[in-house]
Design a protein around this ligand. Structure first.
Ligand code: ADE
Ligand code: ZN
Length: 323
């Protein structure tokens, strides 16, 4: 049963490609690009993976991105992730990328997009479908988001949607309303992180201000019964990331995770990995862990797998293949 859970065919819908940067690759890219990481070794870097909250993680996450400089770097990063994901049963992967964190360091938007797309094109040959979601950093000035968005409009064929991430509390979604409205009018999907550290009001905000079709995390939605009713009625998917929530102390332990309560409430839940290099496991390990922790049976695991496919932005034809 445990082995089955790990390899369950599924879609990964909440994955920051920069969060798949394993320490070994970080040091290899640092050497290739002549960049100095603020750690002496792979072991020292890995030892720093001890977080007290979202911000303490984000500080390290952005620092490690310094090693990503060229189109080849982004291709290698995504290729490594996609190989690993495919080996764990992921058949469709929608990747967030934090373009602003790269363009702010002088990396060309076209190199970021191009490298990621190269890897997705190669993965398609292995039967893995996917797409890119341009994520805006909610704690950065709107002008930075607008500058990246202006560039992204020259690459719309390579982007399936827009998202919102980074530090949640104190950074409401409203200022991104204009960009998201334009993106939706151009046919892009809209998703947003909400209800990770912030309360249910952040989920309402993402739905109302941004027209978010999926909520990333959303674990605090349970605190608002009216919100739960709305999410169930509208079948709004919540891309839940159990290891992330434990590592960033959104919950105390895996046993305290609200996943079972969310399933019981009838929410459209999917299990995902967020930043697997930092949080101790990819989609397969997350599913395996919740299966063991909550003694999930075949039917519940099949539901999680089915939810991941129906909540994806794959074409109807592809969804039928994945069903
Ligand atoms: N960026 C990368 N991982 C994130 C998370 N878990 N929450 C918000 N922003 C992120
Ligand atoms: Zn995330």
């Amino acid at each position: 049963m445990t082995f089955d859970a790990m390899l369950l065919p599924k879609a990964e819908l909440h994955l920051h490609i920069e969060g798949t940067l394993e320490p070994e690759l970080a040091f290899a890219l640092a050497a290739r690009n002549g960049v100095q990481l603020p750690f002496a070794s792979v072991e020292e870097l890995r030892a720093a993976y001890s977080f007290t909250d979202l911000q303490s993680f984000l500080d390290l996450y952005y620092a490690c991105m310094e090693v990503l400089r060229t189109r080849e770097d982004f291709r290698d990063l995504a290729a490594a992730y996609l190989r690993r994901a495919a080996a764990e049963g992921v058949r469709h992967a929608e990747l967030f990328f934090d373009a602003q964190a790269h363009t702010a360091r002088g990396v060309a938007f076209a190199d970021v997009m191009g490298g990621l797309q190269d890897a997705l094109d190669d993965a398609a040959l292995l039967g893995l479908s996917g797409g890119l979601i341009l994520s805006f950093l909610r704690d950065q000035p709107i002008e930075d988001a607008e500058a990246v968005w202006a560039e992204a409009k020259g690459h719309l064929d390579a982007i399936i949607g827009v998202g919102l991430d980074s530090a949640e509390v104190g950074n409401p979604a409203g200022k991104f309303e204009g960009i998201f409205a334009e993106a939706r009018a151009l046919g892009l999907h809209a998703v947003a992180h909400a209800g990770e550290e912030g309360g249910p009001e952040y989920v309402w905000d993402a739905l109302r201000s941004l027209g978010a079709e999926r909520i990333d995390h959303g674990i605090r939605s349970l605190e608002d019964p009216e919100l739960v009713r709305h999410l169930v009625d509208q079948r709004v998917p919540l891309t839940v990331c159990p290891f992330s929530n434990v590592r960033l102390r959104a919950v105390d332990t895996l046993a305290d995770h609200p996943l079972p309560a969310m399933l019981r409430a009838g929410l459209h839940v999917t299990v995902n990995s967020d930043d697997p290099a930092y949080f101790g496991g990819y989609a397969g390990e997350n599913i395996e862990a919740v299966a063991e922790q909550f003694a999930l049976g075949r039917e519940e695991l099949a539901l999680l797998a089915r939810n991941s496919v129906t909540a994806s932005f794959a074409s109807e034809e592809r969804k039928a293949e994945l069903a």
